[in-house]
Design a protein around this ligand. Structure first.
Ligand code: ATP
Ligand code: MG
Length: 288
């Protein structure tokens, strides 16, 4: 059975798409059969892998709207073992259309029903919101990987996200796990980065992925060439870090690294954002 991983964080620009593309590519290059599903109307994961749908081509919108079968919307990429269900602009309307559907949180689950027999990993790139598209992704996933940029406001968003995950676990997908929090665009010089990292470590150490993604210019250049980092600049620090992340995810999936699952309840119950603020010296730090 394959594993479906959502890359989610309602905060924009934290490295979701960069992580989805490069994790999927590195998993595929290590011999796994991988499908990436782009459910963000911005379509950045699609264009970042060089897949730009023409107006008459069908994508994830048609799949969700029952206007296309799974086979019709799966496209090849430059890597043989990596396939994609691309997004198209019509998807912007899907969020509204989904509201009126029966079992509206489960539409993606239904259409992806058989997909994980064929693929060892399915990676879903979510939009920067906790709307119905993201909820559909979380409803079908075994786990969620949360990219987080090291900055002060990241903590606030994280609290909200974990509460949402908790609700989804209770109501729609009881087996949803947190794959981990992935620190992205990490720069070990500025004081702020280390302050935030320390806060995250204090409260969420159980969740932190071992791999940290450095800030690396090559990672930001690669999408305009329609390539994952491993094909665009495979000797860069950015490339090394995503190779390492893929290995970590494979190990976790084999059960070689313990799962984070049991801690989710404890953490969301025990820590509120107000408590963070009280203890959080960062507020004072930012005022200076
Ligand atoms: P959105 O919420 O809009 O979907 P996102 O969370 O998917 O954004 P990305 O698109 O992956 O975020 O990244 C935002 C920007 O930061 C992009 O221009 C990307 O190229 C750049 N970026 C992401 N990760 C890194 C990194 N590790 N080093 C340097 N630049 C990065
Ligand atoms: Mg994105």
């Amino acid at each position: 059975m394959g594993k479906i991983i959502s890359i989610a964080n309602q905060k924009g620009g934290v490295g979701k798409t960069t992580t989805a593309i490069n994790l999927a590519a590195c998993l595929a290059l290590s011999g796994k059969k991988v499908l990436i599903v782009d459910i963000d109307p911005q379509g950045n994961a699609s264009s970042g892998l060089g897949v730009n749908l023409a107006e008459n081509q069908k994508g994830v919108y048609e799949l969700l709207a029952d206007q296309a079968s799974l086979d019709q919307v799966i496209y090849p990429t430059e890597i043989d073992t990596l396939k994609i269900i691309p997004s198209n602009v019509d998807l912007a309307g899907a969020e509204i259309e989904l509201v009126g559907r029966e079992h509206r949180e489960k539409v993606l689950s239904t259409v992806l029903n058989d997909v994980n027999e064929e693929y060892e990993f399915v990676v879903i790139d979510c939009p920067p919101s906790l709307g119905l598209l993201t909820i559909n992704a979380l409803a079908v996933s075994q786990s969620v990987l949360i990219p987080m940029q090291c900055e002060y406001y990241a903590l606030q968003g994280l609290s909200h996200l974990l509460q949402t995950l908790q609700r989804i676990k209770k109501s729609i997908n009881p087996t949803l796990k947190v794959e981990g929090i992935l620190l992205t665009m990490y720069d070990n010089r500025p004081l702020l980065t280390s302050q935030v990292e320390n806060q995250v470590k204090k409260y969420f150490s159980e969740f932190l992925m071992k791999t940290v993604i450095p800030r690396n210019i090559r990672l930001s250049e690669a999408p305009s060439h329609g390539k994952p980092i491993v094909l665009y600049a495979n000797r860069s620090k950015g490339s090394d870090s995503y190779v390492e992340l893929a290995q970590e995810v494979i190990q976790r999936t084999k059960g070689e690294i313990t799962s984070h699952e049991t801690k989710l309840e404890e953490i969301t119950q025990e820590i509120t954002y107000e408590e963070w603020i009280k203890e959080n010296k960062l507020r004072d730090f930012l005022k200076k």
